[in-house]
Design a binder for this molecule. Structure first.
Ligand code: FE2
Ligand code: FE2
Length: 390
């Protein structure tokens, strides 16, 4: 893959060039009306009330006048966290014959800047995928509470696309194209006509992974604009993951065994695809190193493996909450054991973290205890995830 430079399209960027930037995915699914406007799902009602109160504005609530020097930020981050620039790839430095064996500190700082660009670019493209998936859910889900809540998520996701696109454009040197594995998972989720698989693929797997990745970036970056942006986005994402859990629990309770089995397999395949994604395939070629070369060195590196594993720390407890781990004699549990990520099964699941269960909405559909509105200093669901260093 090649790097896309941030440039304003030139005057010659005509319609054909613009057409190259479009990518269609054909899908057939049922858009569903419901004539049942009763709101009996307390968890979803509560989540909807939270979402309406938690709206923020990219233009007004973030300080875009902050000057960002990506290289200086990488050096500062290295100094404050003690994590060497370019980690975990940097652990390849001491591997004999590794393609990065001759890299000096400046090269690693440059790599770290581009690695940050690559991560933010995947966040950006993933956010657009979430925008499309959630618009789909609003049409396809049969419950009025889920259509209400889903509509707030559509606004949230548009805001996230706007935020990451603006940050990359104004503050970072470059934007990378979408990772192939992420694109093929998004395509699979968007083309499936079963709306619960849109939930499972997007709300549980992709957003669960994003929540962990954002949490890790939040724990390391020293850049104030990015820090604030990540905190705001994470508070929204925690609601989105909870939306998936609350909705899926209801339908999974009644799903026939063979159908449930398909959901287990889908969850596993989506996780496998996302595990391969962390290789950063779009980044290495721009440093003159082929993915084959780096692949040959990476799998044996414990630092890289630990880094990959922690990204699943949100997905595993949420799959457990949905009953996916232990159905069919623990089929998914075994797969997660093979992937070495079962250790996260008892971490807090996202619906519990947002305190969405065991409380009842009042008559108007609003709930008690959440009337404060948007409080930027007290955002629920924002959790720093420590990057494993050794
Ligand atoms: Fe998002
Ligand atoms: Fe989201």
């Amino acid at each position: 893959m090649t790097i896309t430079e941030n440039e304003t399209p030139s005057a010659s960027a005509d319609e054909t060039a613009f057409g190259d930037l479009l990518d269609k995915v054909r899908a057939e699914f049922d858009a569903q009306f419901t004539w049942d406007y009763e709101r009996g799902r307390d968890g979803l009602n509560r989540l909807y009330e939270k979402a309406k109160r938690a709206q923020w504005n990219v233009s007004d609530d973030l300080d875009w006048s902050i000057d960002v020097d990506p290289e200086r930020m990488v050096r500062l981050q290295q100094e404050v966290t003690g994590i060497p620039a370019g980690f975990p790839a940097r652990s390849l430095l001491d591997v004999k014959g590794s393609p990065v064996a001759g890299w000096d500190d400046d090269k690693w700082v440059d790599f770290a800047v581009h690695s940050q660009c690559a991560s933010l670019s995947q966040f950006l493209h993933g956010e657009q995928g979430a925008l499309l998936c959630t618009a789909r859910l609003v049409e396809a889900v049969p419950w009025i509470e889920a259509k209400y809540y889903g509509s707030t998520q559509v606004v949230d996701e548009a805001r996230h696309v706007e935020a990451f696109a603006r940050y990359l454009d104004e503050k970072m040197p470059t934007t990378y194209p979408i990772n192939e594995n992420l694109k093929s998972l998004l395509d699979a989720v968007l083309t499936d006509e079963r709306w619960d698989l849109v939930y499972l693929g997007m709300q549980v797997v992709i957003e669960g992974l994003a929540l962990a990745a954002f949490g890790m970036m939040l724990g390391t970056t020293q850049e104030p604009l990015l820090k604030k942006m990540l905190r705001y986005v994470m508070a929204d994402e925690a609601r989105h993951v909870a939306f998936g859990i609350l909705s899926l629990r209801e339908i999974y309770d009644d799903l026939p065994a063979d159908e449930f089995r398909l959901r287990q397999e889908f969850a596993y395949e989506a996780c496998e695809q996302m595990r391969r994604r962390t290789l950063n395939a779009e980044l290495w070629p721009s440093f003159g190193i082929s993915n084959e070369e780096i692949q040959a060195a990476l799998p044996d590196r414990e630092a890289q493996r630990r880094f990959q594993r922690i990204l699943f720390s949100k997905i595993v407890p949420n799959c457990k909450k949905l009953g996916l781990l232990d159905h069919r004699d623990g089929w998914l549990r075994e797969r997660f054991q093979e992937m070495n990520i079962i250790e996260f099964e008892d971490w807090e699941n996202t619906a519990e973290a947002l305190n969405l269960e065991g409380r009842v909405a009042d008559k108007e559909g609003s709930d008690t205890g959440d009337s404060a509105g948007f409080d930027p200093d007290n955002l629920e669901g924002v959790e720093v995830i420590e990057q494993p260093v050794h």
